[in-house]
Design a protein around this ligand. Sequence first.
Ligand SMILES: NC(=O)c1ccc[n+]([C@@H]2O[C@H](COP(=O)([O-])OP(=O)(O)OC[C@H]3O[C@@H](n4cnc5c(N)ncnc54)[C@H](O)[C@@H]3O)[C@@H](O)[C@H]2O)c1
Length: 334
Amino acid sequence: LRETLGLAVLGAGRIGCLHAENLRGRVRGARLVAVADPDPGRARAAAAGARAVAEVHQALADPEVEAVVIASPTDLHPGHIEAAARAGKAIFCEKPVSLDLAAAAAALAAVQRAGVPFQIGFQRRHDPGYAAARAHLEEGRLGRLEAFRSLTCDPAPPPLEYLRVSGGIFLDMAIHDLDLARFFGGDIAEVTALGQALVEPAIASLGDVDTAVVALRFASGAVGSIQCWRRAVYGYDVRTELFGSAGKVVVEEDFATPLRRYGPDGVATDYPASFLARFRQAYRLELQAFVDAVRQGRPPTPGPQDAWAALLAGVAATRSLREGRPVRLEEVAW
Ligand SMILES: NC(=O)c1ccc[n+]([C@@H]2O[C@H](COP(=O)([O-])OP(=O)(O)OC[C@H]3O[C@@H](n4cnc5c(N)ncnc54)[C@H](O)[C@@H]3O)[C@@H](O)[C@H]2O)c1
């Protein structure tokens, strides 16, 4: 077992700040060494006493940095992965791995050449609810999986500057559900996507949609459906259903505070306000899993193949929406 693992966070925005906070004392065996962000205020705030630098290469040149958490905008992921792999650092990279398959293939080839550990940021796999659902399935308690259903609703669309380099709703948002589809149902064979920009006209001007559905056909013969809405006025709504020959499980969290209010209009509860609230524990657990795996010399999970396969499904869904037809994943395979 290695001593504590020294980590740098690359990109100190919404999610990078949370990763940095977790690495400052909430992840066993980890030590936050540096934070890189071109915005000096953000870098300093996230570093909170660790080294704050403007450039990624400054963090990579630091011998105390043994691993990186890539939380920069998605279009920068492949460059940051390749630089970290060349520097021999273990890599945790936020989803999606890249905006396109060519850059993803090059970055993941660099990881393989360097032989460095790699984990992709599909935190739902580490959420206690999803992990328990998977155990149910593996123990045979659902029988044969026949249908998969997953819903992700953001409270409001992210800023346009974020959306411009996000890769569109299927690579940015549905990719979590596409990964869950694979986590529970195995290989996806075909996708059919529909979508509209109903919330924000500027989203249409980016060529993107904010309200989308994806129908799935699994290689096993099972079917699935994914719904993604960019605006849910009541909060962050995420739920997933596994329907099997012997029963079903639903992963959902119905309130943020364990409180129901009973009144003349009925019964009310509150709701998780954002992904940061709903998945706070999962974000910590995924980093704990990464740090444990690197320190113990095991490959972390979900790994490069999971990063690639979810991206492939997202690219296929994007193509399906553009071309108005079902798209088989083997059509977009590299
Ligand atoms: N797993 C999840 O649930 C989840 C949630 C949110 C975001 N993400 C992913 O994390 C990534 C970041 O998203 P965000 O919402 O935090 O975005 P954000 O725009 O809030 O933050 C991005 C940060 O990167 C910084 N940055 C820009 N150029 C940089 C560079 N060259 N080097 C280092 N930092 C640089 C920016 O200054 C900013 O602080 C995206 O890929 C997104 O898909 C994942």
